[in-house]
Design a protein around this ligand. Structure first.
Ligand code: FMN
Ligand code: SF4
Length: 432
């Protein structure tokens, strides 16, 4: 019991997860939930101080990009303050969106955040809305996750009934409402500007930036968008302080804990909360309980289907947000690939996914994902043509540099690293 408590003290998110089912609102409140939000509403914390605390914590966005959350909130607060009122009365002054889309294969931590303890991310969202002066929120979920949307709607109804959401929350002068929006299960709609288009009922295509969503987002209004895991870290930081959060991590540059989705050749795959700065070896051996007997590690992909492949020599490097000294953690999905896995089939599956999901707005990605798929088919069938290796290098360069949004460079990430590590396997001896 004491051991479990000590372990939970080092956890920001999973400490609230029950073994089965969901944490009820009563259990969340019993465990200290909403205490910091209550303090905020009572004037015990000032919005600017809350944002400063987040900035001090070094919390980096958990949606993949790693943008500093405190900075984003500060910018949003400034934009919201200076924005003139909307001309159309059906449009809110500013919006707050929790991005729980997560349509990338192999990644399901945000889904668990909502399904295990939705109140944590919802409290983070309420704190964000209060700190920045936002009056209306959306939680964007993948439409094929029916249970997730249902749980969210139920939790929102519970919060309204208990006076934690709606008009004059806990009799304060702060009001906030949250709506659940079910997307169409499109990967690119997780990209923040495509997500905005999707909520507005337009094609799910990314928008040109600037203007950034904090300047001109949903329905043209200042909009703050955070990943569900980012928001789930906020109550801990504002309750226990930036220093406590920082101390949870093991890195000089990346702070706190992170959810890792461990997939592939492991004895115990699943979602684990680990300190940032953890190595791939530790994730595999200590959290995933090692590779099944009779299998050998070939490489590890970090960051979902769009992740880079890392060789055995790199598995002792720490994971984090510092591009120079750490393996970029991305969304936290880790795929352990053993030597019996046919890499060519994996490459084909990834290429098929990105060809299907490309929104088609820009030529480098629309055409590049198609050419990549044709090439992947030839590689998988051992029928590569003369010049295919150079063709692949061209595609990687063009998509990586000229695509309209980050989807293009994401799609070629695994290919660039596969080419470095396994070109003989892909193209045979003669062409490598
Ligand atoms: C193709 C693509 C897909 C994305 N999918 C998601 C997603 O499913 N969830 C998410 O939070 N962020 C996703 N992002 C990142 C978002 O654009 C955005 O940076 C993020 O929601 C911001 O939240 P954060 O600062 O808390 O990380 C995606 C980005 C791209 C380019
Ligand atoms: S890179 Fe271009 S085609 Fe691909 S998803 Fe982004 S905008 Fe759409």
């Amino acid at each position: 019991m004491e051991e479990k408590k000590k372990e939970n003290d080092r956890k920001v998110i999973t400490a609230f997860w029950p073994d089965k089912g969901q944490t009820t609102l009563a259990e969340y409140l019993d465990g200290g939930g909403f205490s910091v939000f209550k303090k905020a509403l009572a004037g015990g914390i000032k919005p600017a101080d809350a944002i400063e605390e987040l900035e001090k914590s070094g919390l980096a966005g958990r949606g993949g990009g790693g943008f500093k959350t405190g900075t984003k909130w500060r910018l949003a607060r400034e934009e919201i303050k200076k924005a003139s009122p909307p001309k159309n009365s059906s449009v809110a002054h500013a919006y707050f969106i929790c991005n729980a889309d997560e349509s990338e294969p192999g990644t399901y931590k945000d889904r668990l955040i909502i399904e295990k303890c939705p109140y944590l991310a919802l409290e983070g969202m309420l704190l964000g809305a209060w700190a920045t002066g936002t009056e209306k929120g959306f939680v964007y979920v993948n439409g094929s996750y029916r249970d997730t949307a249902h749980i969210l709607r139920q939790s929102i109804a519970n919060l309204i009934q208990a006076g934690w959401l709606g008009k004059s929350i806990q009799k304060s002068d702060f009001s906030f409402e949250i709506q659940v929006f079910e997307g169409a299960g499109s990967y690119v709609c997780g990209e923040e500007t495509a997500l905005l288009n999707s909520i507005e009922g337009k094609r799910g295509e990314p928008r040109l930036r600037p203007p950034f969503p904090v300047q001109k987002g949903l329905f043209g209004r200042p909009t703050l968008i955070n990943n569900a895991e980012t928001l789930a870290c906020v109550p801990y930081i504002l309750k226990k302080g930036a220093g406590s959060f920082k101390m949870l991590g093991r890195s000089e540059t990346s702070f706190g804990t992170k959810l890792f989705v461990l997939n592939g050749a492991l004895n115990s795959p699943g979602v684990y909360e680990a300190p940032l700065g953890v190595t791939l070896r530790e994730l595999i051996e200590d959290y995933g309980r090692g590779i099944p007997a009779g299998k050998e590690l070939k490489c590890v992909q970090v960051g979902g289907d769009s992740g880079v492949l890392y060789s055995l020599e790199e598995i002792d490097k720490p994971l984090g947000y510092d591009k120079k000294s750490e393996i970029p953690v991305g969304s936290g999905a880790v795929l352990v690939i053993d030597s019996q896995t046919d890499l060519k089939k994996l490459l084909l599956a990834w290429a098929r996914f990105f060809r299907r999901e490309s929104c088609g707005k820009c030529v480098p990605c629309r055409e590049g994902t198609y050419q990549l798929f044709l090439l992947a088919e030839r590689i998988a069938q051992n029928k590569t043509l003369a010049g295919d290796r150079e063709r692949l290098e061209d595609i990687i360069l063009t998509m990586g540099k000229a695509s309209f949004c980050a989807f293009g460079s994401y799609a070629v990430n695994p290919w660039e690293s596969a080419l470095k590590l396994f070109s003989k396997e892909m193209f045979g001896q003669a062409d490598s």
